[in-house]
Design a protein around this ligand. Structure first.
Ligand code: PMT
Length: 223
């Protein structure tokens, strides 16, 4: 890692977890705190990049020197990420995006049914932002996904890397007090070129710096 190796580059990082509204008081969400995404943003700023962070429901101080675009749902994240990705040299999707959302938003609070039984909530698929970016990538743009896996971490990671057409996939095993909400993380970073980089448990900044090392090595020299 050389100090200002991202100078003159624009990088987009997504952070946090989307919330999919059920009614005015309830949502479907996840445990992402935004710590990993914000560590990526801070380290990219330190390496000289112009940084846009698309932040879903993150309750952390803004990373100094980065532009933060706050969003709520996966649809909002999609709009903000696609817009910021337009001139980006690299896009890193560290956010936990809900795969599904309620099929219909209920304008008033859902009441208990008279018999006290719950009503089922129908779900529909959310857009896959990472796959969409992978499909519409500009030449030279480096795309990085994250994968939160609990089982068969590597096999699932390889399959996901291919499906999402990313250059790199950061596979972190979540659960067992690791991943969501913790200050540290451990991961295996898989490359579309077949490479594999093991990052032992350490501060989220350390994993972030390894990700930027791998991104920087894949950026085309500027003419
Ligand atoms: O925020 P922290 O508390 O620090 O926790 C960090 C983290 C565990 C959330 C992070 O390290 C992480 O693993 N983020 C990705 C979590 C996730 O949603 O993984 P996934 O396997 O469901 O998704 C795979 C990839 O596709 C991700 O890059 C995700 O951003 C992207 N995706 C997923 C669904 C969708 N509809 N659109 C997407 O772009």
């Amino acid at each position: 890692e050389s100090a200002r190796d991202l100078a003159g580059r624009h990088v987009v990082v997504s952070a946090g977890g989307t919330r999919e509204a059920i009614d005015p008081v309830r949502f479907i969400g996840n445990r992402s705190s935004g710590l990993q995404g914000y560590a990526l943003a801070r380290t990219a700023v330190a390496r000289g990049a112009r940084v846009t962070v698309v932040a879903a429901n993150v309750a952390l101080p803004d990373p100094a020197g980065a532009r933060v675009v706050p969003v709520g749902s996966a649809e909002e994240m999609r709009t903000a990420v696609l817009e910021a990705a337009g001139d980006a040299d690299a896009v890193v999707m560290a956010a936990a995006v809900a795969d599904f959302r309620p099929a219909a938003y209920r304008g008033s609070k859902i009441k208990k049914t008279p018999d006290g039984e719950p009503e089922p909530i129908a779900l529909v698929k959310n857009p896959d932002i990472l796959a969409e970016i992978g499909e519409h990538r500009r030449p030279g743009q480096v795309i990085v996904g994250f994968a939160a896996e609990t089982d068969d971490v590597l096999a699932n990671g390889r399959a996901k890397l291919a499906r999402k057409r990313s250059d790199l996939l950061v596979v972190n095993q979540v659960g067992e007090r690791l991943g969501f909400g913790t200050p540290d993380n451990a991961a295996v970073v898989l490359g579309a070129d077949g490479s594999r980089t093991d990052v032992p448990r350490g501060a989220k900044e350390e994993l972030a710096d390894t990700v930027w090392d791998l991104v920087a090595a894949r950026l085309k020299p500027r003419s």
